[in-house]
Design a protein around this ligand. Structure first.
Ligand code: ZN
Length: 430
């Protein structure tokens, strides 16, 4: 009888023992990751995102649009990061996509980073038959199916991985708040203004060291093309991802994320189109190639890839004070009592990588503050993530004025609340 008990108990004892060691084991348990991508180039003419003056349909394709997804998992906790070659997931469209992802895959809201690269040569998303163009609504429905498909595929593709991180620098983005002689601020180029030049890269390899994907984060608008352009394009960030994938090979998938770039435009901005003069490299292609080459340089320099890494995630909605309508003639300004929601999503992988997503166009000073205050060595600030509440400027720029200040819905001081909350959430993941 005793013998049988021992035999029966032995597996339990060894389970308990490995369970004790499992505190570290689950912390550094097997990290898995999977990638997927799909073409999302519109098959029909669509209304283009980003410039209110542009009213007619797109007139062709310059380069294809793509949705790229990466899923991570460790110990049952997951992170899904989606990069979409689109302008933004509006406050109307985002909840529909989010719910579909949560319902189908059982992901929590804290595990989802649904982001866009903010291309201004991509379709407006809409599901509203009263305000949206029928072609754009049809496009958005198709996009939803494709986002679900790449999510499913990325989750299915997950296998044990090694990861490493590195950083470079790029001059492709420039501060666009140019001061005129009379002291007013106009949209232009301010080479002396604050600019976050960091190119942050995470490399993910299989157990044998073959690169399966890279994630990168850079702060720039994708607006090298202006309102006169009627061709579909991923613009700077989209074209840079196409370049990186071409160089690294067809099996490598490279989700790109727009950092805090509310006041950062590409060095060449709002051009009428792709210059076709013989011998001329069109500016969007030139800038995207410069950025893409830096991403590849950084990726190739990452020699230290390591296994494991615990995952933790959190999500919060921070209600910030809305700008009082008396402060501005901007019709989007809120009556005094209203607040504007900031969706903040945070996640960590291992000891030195964190992602922090915001549903705003955050000005670059704020992103730099979050990166420097973060307890994680490598903090990916992902804007245009999980909805859209417009520009979030730092308090010190309200006095200067300019486009981002007149069009923001946030009352002065909101950015300090967002920085404090995001840093608190990042510290709580530690
Ligand atoms: Zn913008």
């Amino acid at each position: 009888m005793k013998k049988i008990l021992i035999v029966v108990l032995l597996p339990f004892i060894s389970l308990v023992l490995s369970g004790q060691a499992g505190i570290t084991e689950s912390d550094s348990g097997v990290l898995r990751a999977g990638f997927a991508k799909a073409d999302i180039t519109p098959a029909i003419p669509v209304k283009l995102n980003g410039y209110a003056s542009r009213k007619t349909y797109s007139e062709g394709i310059h380069d294809p649009l793509t949705v790229r997804a990466v899923a991570f998992e460790n110990g049952g906790t997951r992170i899904l990061l989606v990069s979409t070659d689109i302008g933004s997931y509006s406050a109307e469209v985002f909840p529909v996509f989010q719910k579909a992802i949560m319902d189908k895959f059982g992901l929590k809201e804290s595990e989802i980073f649904l982001s866009t690269i903010h291309s201004h040569s991509s379709p407006i998303l809409s599901l509203n038959s009263e305000t949206g163009d029928p072609n754009n609504i049809e496009y958005t429905r198709t996009l939803q199916q494709k986002v679900l498909a790449v999510t499913g595929e990325a989750l299915k593709n997950m296998k044990p991985v090694l990861t490493g991180t590195g950083r470079g620098s790029s001059p492709v983005g420039a501060n666009r708040r140019e001061m005129k002689p009379d002291g007013s601020i106009t949209l232009g180029r301010n080479p002396y203004g604050v600019t976050d030049k960091e190119v942050l890269v995470m490399k993910i390899t299989g157990e044998k060291g073959n690169t399966s994907g890279i994630l990168y984060d850079y702060a720039t608008h994708s607006t090298s093309l202006g309102p006169q352009n009627m061709l579909i394009s991923g613009d700077v960030l989209g074209l840079s991802a196409q370049f990186v994938e071409k160089i690294l090979g067809k099996d490598v998938i490279t989700p790109a994320f727009a950092g805090a770039s509310g006041n950062i435009d590409p060095w060449y901005r709002v051009l009428p189109g792709f210059n076709t003069e013989e011998g001329w490299i069109p500016e969007p292609v030139l800038l995207a190639t410069m950025l893409g080459e830096e991403v590849v340089h950084v990726c190739r320099d990452i020699k230290d890839v390591h296994p494991g890494g615990m995952i933790r995630t959190a999500f919060a909605v921070l209600e910030c004070p809305g700008k009082k309508s008396s402060d501005t003639d901007n019709p989007s300004a809120q009556p005094e009592s209203q607040t504007v929601p900031v969706n903040i999503t945070v996640a960590r992988i291992g000891d030195d990588v964190a992602f922090v997503g915001f549903n705003v166009e955050m000005l670059t000073e704020i992103g730099m503050q979050i990166k420097s205050g973060s307890p994680f060595r490598n903090t990916f600030v992902i804007t245009h993530c999980n909805g859209y509440s417009g520009y979030l400027p730092p308090a010190e720029l309200y006095k200067e004025g300019g486009y981002e200040i007149t069009s923001t819905r946030f009352e002065i001081g909101s950015s300090d609340m967002v920085v404090r909350k995001a840093l608190r959430m990042l510290y709580d993941l530690k």
